[in-house]
Design a binder for this molecule. Structure first.
Ligand SMILES: [Zn+2]
Length: 340
């Protein structure tokens, strides 16, 4: 009968010779299996020993088990490392090589369109003016010739913090602020920015949106100057084949006032489903600045006059890219945004 020390030597030698995980597993079973494993067979003889030798054999058997288990674990790690080294050799994966680059984002389509508008107007000498989104009632309404109780207030109904403070319903207050700041014309500014109105979200409107307005104050400006400026802007953005027109309208802050239309990009003015067979698409409003608005901005209307226009940036982007639902711009769906 062999003793635990001899059994251990024998097992360690077998483990050292093993070349594969299957061989290691076979050795494990052979020596350590509970039933009929070599070590347990040896222990089954324990009853035949005199009582004073039994404890020593039990202890030696435990030591043998620990030594064999440790050798098996070390061998398995060695085989795994060799396997990985082999893969690195044969598949030539350079784990220090940089991975694929992370996808890079880009400007939101509304920012792109806003910047295009700014670039075109800046090339004509306009400057970008910004103003607060929280406005006083005076700047949002009264300075623009919309006194308390005026029915036109309903068109620009916004969200109030106090009876005198509200989220601006248009960027027109920036025109007043710019006139007050610059004081002496000529003034050529554009006022891009976020606006708010109490509208339920639907395909063509949202309670928050972006506007860009333009204001020119100079000597003897005409509707023709305004139309020419807007024609240049539209053709720069949408292509030289586009035509523009103005239609009489009413706004409290301009006189005369106009709706501003652009020919449909899909049918070129012939009429199609997209433009509801009109051939024209509404872009925004414009007109000659009302003398009272100039006065409210601190400008003498007997010396100066001006024109102003206001377009929705979402609307401009919808016309440029044939987007049919304004809500898509704000849903942050990358499948939509990555097209631009
Ligand atoms: Zn059309």
């Amino acid at each position: 009968m062999s003793n635990p020390q001899e059994l251990t030597q024998e097992a360690l030698a077998a483990i050292a010779r093993a070349q594969t995980e299957a061989e290691v597993a076979a050795i494990e079973v052979d020596y350590l299996r509970r039933k009929n494993g070599r070590l347990s067979s040896l222990l089954s003889e324990i009853g035949k020993l005199p009582p004073e030798e039994r404890a020593a054999l039990g202890q030696a058997a435990n030591e043998a088990k620990r030594a064999i288990e440790a050798a098996l674990a070390a061998k398995r790690q060695e085989l795994e490392e060799a396997r990985l080294a082999d893969i690195a050799e044969t598949e030539a994966i350079d784990i220090t090589f940089p991975g694929p680059p992370l996808g890079r984002g880009h400007l939101h389509v509304l920012t792109q369109v806003q910047r295009q508008i700014e670039t075109v107007l800046e090339s004509m000498g306009y400057q970008v003016e910004l103003g607060p989104e929280v406005e006083t009632e005076w700047y949002n309404f009264e300075a623009l010739n919309i006194p308390p109780g005026h029915p036109a207030r309903e068109n620009w109904d916004s969200f109030y913090f106090t009876p005198d403070l509200l989220l601006r319903a248009h960027t027109s207050p920036v025109q007043i602020r710019a006139m007050q700041r610059i004081k002496e014309p000529p003034i050529y500014i554009i006022t891009p920015g976020r606006c708010y109105r109490r509208d339920a979200p639907e395909a063509t409107r949202l309670p928050y949106f972006s506007q860009v307005e333009g204001l020119a104050v100079d000597k003897a400006l005409t509707v023709g100057d305004m139309k020419g400026t807007l024609l240049y802007m539209i053709q720069s953005l949408y292509g030289e084949e586009r035509k523009v027109r103005v239609r009489p309208s009413y706004f409290p802050f301009t006189e005369p006032s106009f709706e501003f239309d652009v020919t449909c990009g899909i049918c070129a003015g012939a009429g199609c489903k997209s433009c509801r067979h009109k051939g024209w698409l509404e872009v925004g409003g414009c007109g000659m600045v009302h003398p009272q608005v100039l006065r409210n901005g601190g400008i003498d209307p007997t010396k100066w006059n001006g024109y102003a226009w206001g377009f929705g940036i979402e609307r401009m982007a919808m016309l440029k890219h044939d987007v049919e639902d304004i809500r898509l711009f704000y849903e942050s769906d990358l499948r939509f945004l990555e097209q631009f």
